[in-house]
Design a protein around this ligand. Structure first.
Ligand code: PGA
Length: 246
């Protein structure tokens, strides 16, 4: 299981320090990985705070070029140098607000892999697409167009746009349907290992239910990850779920 905290453009230096203090005596489980995605500016600071902890570090985005004239962007190689292991790509906020399309996301994923980072590619339909009955075809084409050729292992986050920050969620069958579709599409592309995370309004009170759904390999958490107690409660729900399975 993989529990990702997408802090987006939130938390200042003092708040990050207080957050990590709360993790001091927490026992992380070998089978459930926790990963935090702070904003670029705090990657180095967070890295220094979690040195002795079983927490991984990730970035919320990267560029596809190694270096060059790309004002305001960041190279996957710089992220790697600063201890990042994962990078979120194609979050719907990037797709909507910065017009990042499938082709751009694929190029970023390709270069993230070359730099030694694991991409977490976000896919998910709008409410209009869901209501028109086209969610399956839409996700299929996102997967088809975003997955780079050089990938053996990949993470995909299924985040229905209408569920992000709204408190509204697909039902269990709808989540299962899309997650198994994503896994089937990845098999067609000869990918060895694919993990599919669910994201959108994940909270402590629904986390156990979400993680009991077949083909859910973890969660990508936005709002609830800003509160360390909520984040840990979701983490504990993942550990409980593993104990149920084994
Ligand atoms: P949310 O956000 O948990 O606040 O719905 C999820 C995300 O945007 O990754």
């Amino acid at each position: 299981m993989f529990i990702a905290a997408n802090w987006k453009m939130n938390l200042n230096k003092k708040q990050i320090q207080e957050y990590i203090v709360h993790l001091e005596n927490f026992q992380f489980n070998d089978r459930v990985k926790a990963c935090i995605f702070p904003s670029f500016i705090f990657i180095d600071y967070l890295s220094s705070l979690i040195l002795d902890k079983s927490i991984s570090l990730g970035s919320q985005n990267c560029h596809f070029e190694t270096n060059g004239a790309f004002t305001g962007d960041i190279s996957p190689y710089s992220l790697k140098q600063y201890g990042c292991e994962y990078v979120i790509l194609g979050h719907s906020e990037r797709r909507e607000q910065y017009n990042e399309n499938n082709n751009f996301i694929k190029k970023c994923a390709h270069s993230a892999i070359d730099a030694g980072l694991m991409p977490i590619i976000c896919v998910g339909e709008s409410i209009e697409i869901r209501n028109s009955g086209n969610a399956i075809n839409f996700i299929k084409s996102q997967i088809d167009e975003c997955l780079p050729e050089n990938c053996k292992d990949i993470y995909i986050a299924y985040e229905p746009m209408w569920s992000i920050g709204t408190g509204i969620m697909p039902n269990n069958n709808e989540i299962e349907e899309i997650h198994s579709l994503i896994k089937n599409e990845a098999v067609k592309k000869n990918i060895d290992t694919i993990k599919v995370l669910y994201g959108g309004s994940v909270k402590p009170d629904n986390a156990e239910k979400i993680m009991s759904i077949d083909n859910v390999d973890g969660t990508l958490i936005g709002g609830a990850s800003l509160n360390v107690k909520d984040f840990l409660a979701i983490y504990v729900a993942a550990v409980k779920q593993l104990n149920v399975i084994s």
